[in-house]
Design a protein around this ligand. Structure first.
Ligand code: GUN
Ligand code: ZN
Length: 440
């Protein structure tokens, strides 16, 4: 067993954080050999229960759960910051041409290595990721995640129509490839597979039907896709499925709404769709930097909470502009505040932080596993330096409450705040020269 003494941030209740200012985090193996949190609480209360335990003392630092990114595209690293008149031209002019490069396994491997290093540098320890339509791109990403002992879920993109040569796949083969990848990767170490129809316009009816059949057969794999991000996209789906009640209902028709189904965006939806999300246990991946960058619209937090469906935060790199959970939480605050097209709300810092950690884990069906530091959770965590920049040091020194402290970090923070990222399942457990600790 190992222990860390520092300020500890964790979530005993949804959207409610505790900061134990002089805390102790004790990590050790569970019955299955996974490194999990054994105890968390105040140093003075806990230390006598663990005599002789080696304790790493980190004065002035905050240990917090590793962040959970509910929606990210690893092949879009280099697509970040590509300007376009909205989603559809952005896909056509930048994204599809770029994703063609992943036919080359060496290119995929280099991108996967860079991508996972970047996740860790930003404190992200769990993610649900799109690969490309090339099955080898999944092998590259999950192989690298396995090497670094990360909890990662990914899938081969299904896209057999309305896409150019080089990324368009063949219906039957795409489903055969998906099933083979499920068998190869799902449940291996901490890896998971997600059936990944790109979005309705890029999938034939036969492909969506096949995806739904696989989802019914493999009930604990994830499903990931996009829905109702952009008005032109919604109009296109209405042309393709004139009989459908809504865009979201097309996925329902093919059996693609269920627990562990995660849909990015969910902006241009109505209350009937929200009830469908709730009723089926489907989750939304709210991607505010992407929605602001592509001018897609604003996620309606008040309506979501009125209905009560699952949602959490996501970067959506490369429509999204940053890997940084701090940037995503701040953008979520801006999106919440927007009050011209929907009810404007002022999201609390503890809510924002929860949506990118324990709340996102809950939406993924990983409550009690990832995104928190309660006993039994896998011990992936970040060490935050609240004095990482002069302005942040000045601001956090004046914080009079936990919300003020968290807001200072959300508004002024970035990768400089993430001093270390610790993946406790990693083979090496030495500290501070831990292999899986992000280098600064
Ligand atoms: N809709 C279909 N594909 C994509 C994608 O790659 N990014 C975003 N943001 N939306 C999409
Ligand atoms: Zn996306």
């Amino acid at each position: 067993m190992k222990a860390w003494r520092a300020s500890l941030l964790y979530f005993p209740e949804p959207a409610q954080a505790v900061l134990e200012t002089d805390g102790l985090l004790v990590v050790g193996p569970d019955a299955g050999g996974r490194q999990v949190v054994q105890a968390v609480g105040s140093y003075s209360a806990l230390a006598p229960r663990f005599p002789g335990l080696e304790v790493t003392h980190l004065p002035g630092r905050i240990i917090a759960p590793g962040f959970v990114d509910m929606h990210i595209h690893y092949p879009q690293l280099d697509v970040i910051g590509s300007p376009a008149e909205g989603l559809l031209p952005w896909l056509e002019n930048y994204t599809f041409p770029h994703e063609k490069r992943f036919t080359d396994p060496a290119y995929s491997a280099e991108a996967a290595t860079f991508f996972i290093a970047e996740l860790l540098r930003h404190g992200v320890t769990t993610a649900l990721a799109f690969a490309t339509s090339h099955p080898e791109s999944v092998d590259a990403l999950l192989g690298e995640a396995q090497r670094r002992s990360l909890r990662l879920i990914a899938g081969k993109v299904l896209m057999d129509q309305n896409a150019p040569d080089g990324v368009r796949d063949a219906t039957e083969q795409s489903l055969i490839d998906t099933e083979a990848l499920i068998t190869r990767w799902h449940g291996v170490d901490r890896l998971g597979y997600a059936i990944t129809p790109r979005f309705v316009p890029s999938c034939s009816e036969a492909q969506l039907r096949g995806a739904g059949e696989l989802a019914a057969r493999y009930t604990d794999v994830w499903i990931q896709s996009h829905v109702a991000e952009n008005r032109d996209e919604v109009a296109w789906v209405r042309e393709l499925y004139p009989q459908a009640r809504s865009y979201l209902s097309v996925y329902e028709q093919f059996g693609l709404l269920r627990p562990r189904a995660v849909y990015a965006h969910c902006i241009h939806i109505d209350d009937e769709d929200r009830a469908l999300m709730r009723g089926t246990g489907t989750a939304a991946a709210v991607s505010p930097t992407s929605n602001l960058f592509l001018g897609s619209g604003f996620f309606d937090y008040a309506a979501a909470d009125r209905t009560g469906f699952l949602y959490g935060l996501a970067s959506d790199v490369g429509g999204g502009t940053s890997f940084s959970p701090f940037h995503t939480m701040l953008a979520a605050y801006y999106v919440g505040r927007e009050g011209q097209t929907k009810t404007g709300v002022s999201l609390k810092p503890q809510q924002l932080w929860w949506q990118h950690t324990a709340g996102a884990a809950r939406a993924l069906g990983l409550e009690g596993v990832a995104g928190n530091l309660l006993p039994g959770c896998e011990a992936d965590f970040v060490v935050l330096n609240p004095q990482a920049t002069p302005l942040l040091a000045r601001k956090t020194a004046q914080a009079g409450s936990l919300d003020e402290l968290l807001f200072a970090l959300i508004v002024l923070g970035d990768d400089r705040v993430i001093e270390r990222t610790v993946i406790s399942q990693a083979a090496s457990t030495t500290w501070p020269d831990h292999e899986e600790v992000s280098a600064k």
